[in-house]
Write a protein that binds this ligand. Structure first.
Ligand code: C5P
Length: 407
C-alpha cells in the first residue's frame, strides 16, 4: 500500500508515544519506509532501541551530534521524505512550529522543511483547550498543516476530554488518505445521519435508537475519496469528522431546511433515521403529571419526507440519490417498494431490531448487514464493520460516477 513512500516520523513528548510504535509497525507492514526523530520529551516515554527495532533504521535525536549531522543532517532528513508525521504532537512542538522556533533536531527539521506535515496532537485536555494551543492550531491549519484528532476520551492522567492522540489506525488512514488519488474530487455530497428529536415539550422528545455511526462512516469515506461533504446530523455522541462540513439539527423540519440549503450537490445519501411523526403543537412548558391517572393525549402529524423531497426536487435533484430502509420484516420487498415510492436511485436496506441473543442488530452496533438495491440489482453484502460497508458503498458510487460521467 505504501510502497516507495518515505515517511519521517517525529515522536515528541507524551504518554501516547507508546502508541506510535504500533504506527511504525503499520507503516512497515504496508511496505512504507519510516525514519524517526525522537525528541528529548519523547525519549522519556519510548526508547530509541524499541523505535529502531521496529523501524529498521537508526533513530535521530541530537541536533549537534557530529554523527547525526554528518550521517543525515536535518536538511537531508526532511528532503528525503514524502511526508512528515508528528505523533504525538505535543503542545510544545506545535507552539514551536507556529512561531518558527528551531532549538532541537525536531523543530529545526520542521522549520527547514518544504514537505507536507501531518500532526496527531496528544496532550492533556486543558492544554489542548488553552487559547494559546488553539491559536497555534489555527495558524498551522492556515499554513496547510494537516491534522488528525485529537479524540475525546479518557486520558492517561485520569482526566477526560479532547486531547487523546488519534489511534494508530486513524493516523495510518490519514497517511494513506494523503497519498491516494481522490476519485471523487470535484464532486459534492450531502449525507444525513443520526436520529431526529421531535419535541413534546421543552424536556421530552420523540426519538429513536440511531447512533449515526453508519452515516458518519459514509461521510468520512466520501471525504477520503475527495468529495466535498456536507453532513446534516441529528444528535449523536460521535466526534465531528474532520474535513466535513457539519450542520447539527434536532428535528425533521430542521433537517429538511439544512438539506435544502445544502443543494445543489452531485450525490445525496439519506442515512438518517428521521422520525416519521412529530407532535402537532409541542407544549411551550413542561407537561405536568396530574394527580389522577389521566395521561396527556398526543396529536401526531407526519414529518416531511426529506429523501422524497431531495429525490423529486424540481430544480436541484442530485445526480445520484441513495436512501436507507431500516426494516424489521420483509426487508427486500419493503426496500424495493421504498425505492419506487421515494423516487431515489438506490436503497441500502438493513434489518433492525433485536437478534436471537437479545442484541440490537444495527442501531449502535459497530457492524452492519445490508442489501444493496437498485432498479435492477439486489445484492446481499456480508456482515462487516460500518466503516467497511461505507468504503464499499463509496466504491459503488465512484463506479457509477465514472460510468455516467464518462471518465
Ligand atoms: O420512510 P422510511 O423511514 O422507511 O424511509 C427510510 C429512508 O427515508 C431513509 O433514507 C431516511 O433517511 C429517509 N427518510 C427521510 N425523511 C423522513 C423519513 C425517512 O428522509 N421523514
Amino acid at each position: 500500500m505504501l510502497k516507495d513512500k518515505k515517511i519521517l516520523l517525529i515522536i515528541s513528548g507524551g504518554i501516547a508515544a507508546y502508541k506510535t510504535l504500533e504506527l511504525i509497525r503499520l507503516i512497515r507492514k504496508n511496505n512504507g519506509t519510516v525514519q524517526c526523530i525522537l525528541t528529548e520529551g519523547g525519549s522519556q516515554f519510548v526508547t530509541p532501541l524499541s523505535i529502531s527495532s521496529l523501524s529498521g533504521h537508526k533513530v535521530y535525536s541530537e541536533l549537534w551530534s557530529l554523527n547525526d549531522e554528518s550521517e543525515m543532517g536535518h536538511i537531508r532528513l526532511s528532503r528525503g521524505s514524502d511526508l512528515i508525521v508528528v505523533a504525538p504532537a505535543s503542545a510544545d512542538i506545535m507552539a514551536k512550529m507556529a512561531h518558527g522556533l528551531a532549538n532541537d533536531l525536531a523543530s529545526t527539521t520542521l522549520l527547514a522543511s518544504d514537505k507536507p506535515v501531518l500532526l496527531a496532537p496528544g496532550m492533556n485536555p486543558e492544554m489542548w483547550r488553552n487559547p494559546a494551543t488553539q491559536t497555534n492550531t489555527d495558524t498551522l491549519k492556515q499554513r496547510g498543516v494537516m491534522f488528525t484528532g485529537p479524540n475525546d476520551g479518557e486520558m492517561a492522567c485520569g482526566e477526560t476530554g479532547l486531547g487523546r492522540m488519534s489511534e494508530p489506525e486513524e493516523i495510518f488512514t490519514a497517511i494513506t488518505d494523503f497519498f491516494f488519488e481522490k476519485p471523487l474530487k470535484g464532486y459534492s455530497a450531502l449525507v444525513t445521519s443520526g436520529p431526529t428529536y421531535e419535541p413534546l415539550d421543552p424536556v421530552r422528545f420523540l426519538g429513536n435508537r440511531s447512533s449515526g455511526k453508519q452515516g458518519y462512516a459514509i461521510a468520512k469515506a466520501l471525504r477520503n475519496a475527495g468529495a466535498d461533504v456536507t453532513l446534516v446530523t441529528g444528535p449523536t455522541n460521535l466526534p465531528d469528522p474532520q474535513g466535513v462540513r457539519i450542520t447539527s439539527i434536532q428535528t425533521a423540519n430542521d433537517m429538511l431546511e439544512a438539506c435544502t440549503n445544502a443543494l445543489p450537490v452531485n450525490i445525496a445519501i439519506c442515512a438518517a433515521a428521521v422520525s416519521d411523526w412529530c407532535v402537532d403543537a409541542p407544549q411551550m412548558q413542561k407537561i405536568k403529571k396530574t394527580d389522577d391517572s389521566s395521561v396527556p393525549k398526543l396529536h401526531l402529524k407526519q414529518t416531511p419526507d426529506i429523501l422524497k423531497a431531495i429525490s423529486t426536487h424540481s430544480k436541484n435533484r442530485p445526480q445520484l440519490v441513495i436512501g436507507f430502509a431500516a426494516e424489521t420484516q420483509d426487508l427486500e420487498n419493503n426496500a424495493k417498494a421504498k425505492l419506487k415510492k421515494k423516487g431515489c436511485d438506490w436503497i441500502i436496506a438493513n434489518e433492525v431490531g433485536i437478534d436471537a441473543n437479545g442484541i440490537e442488530k444495527t442501531f449502535g452496533s459497530e457492524e452492519n448487514q445490508i442489501h444493496f438495491i437498485t432498479q435492477d440489482q439486489n445484492e446481499k453484502w456480508d456482515r462487516a464493520s460500518k466503516d467497511s460497508i461505507a468504503r464499499k458503498l463509496v466504491q459503488q458510487i465512484i463506479n457509477h460516477m465514472d460510468k455516467n460521467n464518462g471518465s
